[in-house]
Design a protein around this ligand. Structure first.
Ligand code: DGY
Length: 320
């Protein structure tokens, strides 16, 4: 079977794809346009896909030969699952293996923002000379006993919560589309409304699955309800946050700081005013960028391809 893979993945996955019934198609240059991507997909029975090109009704129309979609990500916001299911096309993701790595980035961003680390590293890079130690400059905040609010308590949110509890004894509150009693019990976490989450969190960390109705969910109205000392962390998807409103909220002191591993668009443009704030740290979507997590993702995605080729159910199928 012909399988399209748009980018090289770690060895753990490439080895699994060396299967007698797999004929792999991979572009020499991984940065292909949407049209090039479509024309590769049109030649294949299934795709192992990395990236944000939409896999929607138009895609399924243009690529009728594609009978399975194996994503190299836990997030699946780029896929119209309903359309895939309508066409009988299984879609898989790569859950669990990146939860620790991604929550490490959430935790790291929380600390970096709380202690102005990114801004100060940059000052040194820029050659700013500090004449003497200033007792009233660069004052961050400590996190001991502060309240962690989680928007979207799933696997990654859980990992963030246990780190924050272990390190700083932070009480946990959360808001989800559906209440998760099992996680509540494990973490001694309290379920709250979205408004309560905004009003009570000292650190508010976004971990939900993204879907278009959440575009700009964290906007001026939300920021107005947050504590002036609050730190907003996002390692989920950039679309959750209205960046213009966040910029204004930071300038007006409605939100204290922000740590963003995901932005809209990605990467963030260098003239984005958010980058001028001392208490903002921005990263280029590196949540899962560890050898361990990416190898795990490669293995799961490749195993899903092999399952399809062998006529079996995809192991981490999202629409069984
Ligand atoms: C994921 O796995 O969803 C990461 O954010 C990479 O897209």
């Amino acid at each position: 079977m012909k399988i399209f893979i748009n980018k090289l993945i770690p060895k753990a996955g490439m080895e699994i794809l060396e299967h007698p019934d797999i004929d792999l198609l991979m572009p020499e240059n991984p940065e292909i346009s949407y049209d090039e991507w479509i024309s590769y997909c049109q030649q294949c029975d299934a795709i192992l896909n990395i990236g944000a090109y939409k896999i929607d009704a138009k895609f399924f129309d243009l690529c009728p030969s594609v009978k399975a979609v194996c994503l190299f990500s836990v997030g699946y916001d780029q896929v119209d699952l309903e359309e895939a299911t309508k066409g009988g096309i299984p879609v898989s993701n790569t859950p669990d293996v990146l939860s620790k790595a991604t929550s490490d980035i959430s935790f790291m961003l929380m600390l970096m923002v709380s202690r102005l680390a990114s801004f100060n590293t940059n000052q040194i890079r820029l050659g700013v000379r500090f004449k003497y130690f200033n007792p009233v400059a660069n004052l961050g905040q400590e996190l001991y006993g502060k309240t962690l609010g989680i928007f979207g308590l799933g696997r990654i949110g859980y990992e963030m919560a246990i780190k924050c509890q272990a390190a700083y004894q932070m009480p946990i509150i959360y808001h989800n589309r559906n209440r998760n009693k099992e996680m509540e019990e494990k973490l001694n976490a309290k379920y709250v409304s979205f408004e309560e989450l905004l009003a009570q969190s000292d650190v508010l960390s976004i971990h939900a699955n993204y879907s278009p109705e959440y575009l700009g969910h964290f906007d001026a109205k939300a920021f107005n309800q947050m504590k002036p000392n609050s730190i907003l962390i996002n390692t989920a998807r950039g679309g959750f946050i209205d960046e213009d409103d966040l910029n204004q909220a930071l300038s007006d002191g409605k939100v204290w700081g922000a740590g963003l591993d995901v932005t809209n668009p990605e990467p963030m443009l260098p003239d984005n005013p958010l980058l001028k704030h001392e208490r903002v740290c921005v990263l280029p979507h590196i949540g899962s960028a560890t050898i361990e997590a990416r190898s795990g993702m490669a293995r799961i995605a490749a195993e899903n391809v092999v399952a399809f080729v062998e006529g079996k159910q995809l192991k981490t199928c999202l629409n069984p």
